[in-house]
Write a protein that binds this ligand. Structure first.
Ligand SMILES: [Zn+2]
Length: 95
């Protein structure tokens, strides 16, 4: 739970007024490095970050499958040219 009230701390405690990076709530923290008002917000933020980082991996997967299908297509084309070449060679030999 976010500490919204300075009086939640000892009167002489060092506290920092912070803004939650996830929900924007202004709260008080005992650490200057605190980023989120609660474990819930930290959880959501980490989840969002993990999803964001998963995107480039997904793009790579897509790129690989696109390249593999292009490769298969080119192999097919190459086979066709080899056959055509054989046919032409055959015609030349007949003459
Ligand atoms: Zn928050």
């Amino acid at each position: 739970m976010p500490k919204l009230d300075r009086s939640d701390f000892k009167y002489n405690a060092k506290v920092f007024e912070k803004t939650c990076l996830w929900c924007g709530t202004i709260y008080f923290a005992s650490r200057s490095t605190a980023k989120y008002c609660s474990a819930t917000c930290r959880g959501y933020a980490n989840q969002a970050k993990a999803t964001e980082e998963a995107v480039p991996y997904d793009e790579t997967e897509k790129m690989i499958s696109a390249l593999l299908s292009e490769n298969a297509y080119l192999k097919g084309q190459l086979q066709r040219y080899v056959l055509e070449n054989e046919e032409l060679k055959g015609k030349l030999l007949v003459r």
